[in-house]
Design a protein around this ligand. Structure first.
Ligand code: MN
Length: 432
């Protein structure tokens, strides 16, 4: 039985977390021989966490990276040798297999590793002395100096180098509770690889750290394709729909299954969030159909649920400006101009003047910090389908087709989508 992790992108949003959850659920039904675990590779914003907490599910756990670690190759002995046992006690173990290291205990505590080198060295020493072995020593008596110890979380590559340079046959491994196991050179012959399914992204720089060392076994996504090369043929489902959760829903249908009411609500949550209650121009007919079916499965009123979801999103004045700007911030390079575009969702633009100055100065800090030429923040009122655009000083501001409300602030009625509506205008402006 294998483990397959299903992860969305960094800075996880609701579509990422909900599609990972829904797809792992489906795959656990489809392929019970393997275990599919939804994870997230970044921390949740407060509002994303709040909404997930109301869904009655175990929120996918944070997974830092998929680099292979010592814990993935570590051995645990199925026998127990005490430091005061005679060396002959070891013979019984060698009858069954020939380990190059054996953990040794002193009563209940781990004492050290007895290696095959210790046994050989002692035997050779005895034989060279008078050509026959007269007394049997205890295990403790022949154990040589111990090498450095490893931690279960140490990276495979680092541990391999450490074992090689230590010149020992094996090294002991510890975790937070003490001795956990040991590794020998044989553990490092093959590098273990994590199995990962990517949802809501396919680019390695947006994925979980260490993805380049992993085995990608599937991709479900609705973004542009800039995927990683794979060794094996894999399942890819990529369509320009409004939400990855719609694609996951369609996989249920394709496999003749219906999501249970809890999963339906999870998928609906990601779908409503990514399509801004089906109002974003990225929304397709398939998103609309999926949303209505999912809403009927979990028996909730789609619009009411959408509004209640977005009303839980904190207002701009209550959020930390830097966190708010960076929570959904994408960078692009066009004609040598480095541009950063953030987007925040709100339920009204009436309080814009309260926070505009603070956000403008923070936007300037972000621009400097990230080495950008031009940073803009799109503040989208999802209820009234209306955005405002806050910009840092840049010549491109003059070429934007929007009405200026003030210096560096523009009005964008009916604009909801960064990728479909704003980005083309920004690219045009830097080309002027
Ligand atoms: Mn998405």
């Amino acid at each position: 039985m294998g483990t397959i992790y299903v992860t969305g992108h960094r800075n996880p949003d609701l579509d990422s977390v909900c599609s990972a959850y829904g797809y792992a659920q489906l795959m656990n039904l489809q392929d019970p021989d393997n275990k599919y675990i939804p994870v997230r590779c970044g921390h949740l914003s407060d509002s994303t966490r709040n909404i997930l907490e109301q869904l009655d599910i175990d929120i996918p756990e944070y997974m830092r990276d998929v680099y292979p670690k010592v814990s993935d190759v570590m051995l645990r002995a199925d026998h127990r040798i005490d430091a005061d046992d005679p060396l002959t006690a070891v013979a019984a173990i060698y009858e069954k297999n020939t380990p190059s290291a054996i953990p040794v205990y002193e009563k209940d505590d781990f004492y050290g590793l007895l290696t095959v080198d210790d046994i050989t060295n002692w035997t050779m020493r005895e034989l060279s002395r008078d050509n026959k072995i007269t007394s049997i020593p205890s295990v403790r008596q022949i154990m040589s100096k111990q090498g450095p110890t490893l931690d279960v979380h140490d990276l495979f590559d680092d541990a391999k180098v450490m074992l090689q340079s230590a010149g020992n046959r094996g090294l002991a491994v510890y975790d937070e509770n003490g001795y956990a196991g040991f590794v020998t050179r044989r553990c490092f012959l093959n590098i273990p690889r994590y199995n990962v399914i990517l949802v809501d992204h396919n680019e390695s720089n947006q994925s979980i750290r260490g993805i380049e060392t992993a085995n990608i076994v599937g991709i479900i996504d609705h973004h542009r394709l800039d995927a990683i090369k794979t060794d094996q043929p894999i399942f890819i489902c990529a369509e320009p729909l409004g939400s990855t959760c719609t694609l996951v829903y369609q996989q249920y249908i394709r496999n003749n299954r219906t999501p249970d009411p809890v999963t339906a609500k999870v998928l609906l949550t990601g779908l409503i969030s990514d399509t801004l209650i089906l109002k974003s121009p990225t929304t397709t007919g398939e998103d609309v159909v999926a949303a209505h079916v999912l809403a009927s499965i979990c028996r909730i009123d789609l619009d009411k649920y959408g509004l209640s979801m977005f009303s839980q999103v904190e207002g701009m004045s209550e959020r930390d400006p830097k966190d708010a700007i960076l929570s959904d911030f994408k960078t692009y390079t066009q004609n040598g101009v480095r541009i950063g575009i953030g987007q925040c969702e709100v339920t009204t633009l009436n309080d814009l003047s309260d926070y505009r100055d603070t956000y403008e100065s923070t936007l300037n800090d972000v621009k400097t910090m990230q080495g950008l030429d031009w940073a803009v923040l799109m503040i989208t009122d999802v209820i009234h389908e209306h955005s405002a655009l806050l910009c840092t000083d840049h010549r491109g501001n003059r070429f934007l087709p929007y009405k200026a409300l003030d210096k560096n602030l523009f009005d964008m009625p009916d604009v909801m989508s960064r990728k479909k509506q704003l980005l083309p205008e920004i690219i045009h402006a830097v080309g002027e």
